[in-house]
Design a protein around this ligand. Structure first.
Ligand code: SF4
Length: 115
């Protein structure tokens, strides 16, 4: 299999915006992301993963978005100290909403970069 190479690709996953990534790809997917950290590598190599899942899951089974939102709200309301976590590849506006949600719930806020 012959792979093509892109030099100096930019990773937008965590916000550091590393711009020296070397990507090896074919017509289907990216196979290697040289110089990317473990998070960036996972992000580049799994771009196709989102096509395998429906919009919402409850207990691993396909669910409507409305049912998933209602269950999430119930779980968050009942939680003692919910953790609002992630926010990679997310807009500043969405991060602002996450901070407000954690604040309103009396919970914790953390990004994946704590890994
Ligand atoms: S996830 Fe890793 S490679 Fe990507 S921008 Fe952040 S530090 Fe750089």
């Amino acid at each position: 299999m012959s792979l093509q190479v892109i030099d100096n690709a930019t990773c937008t996953f965590c916000g550091c915006v590393c711009d020296d990534i070397q990507l090896h790809y074919d017509e289907t997917r990216i196979h290697k992301a040289n110089k990317a950290c473990v998070l960036g590598t996972a992000w580049f190599l799994n771009h196709t993963v989102e096509h395998k899942y429906p919009d919402a899951l409850i207990d691993g089974k396909k669910a409507s978005l409305d049912d998933a939102i209602e269950l999430a709200a119930t779980l968050l309301h009942e939680a003692d100290m919910p953790l609002v976590y992630g926010m990679s590849n997310t807009t500043c506006e969405a991060q602002k909403e996450c901070a407000a949600l954690a604040d309103q719930l009396g919970g914790l806020l953390d990004s994946h970069t704590s890994l």
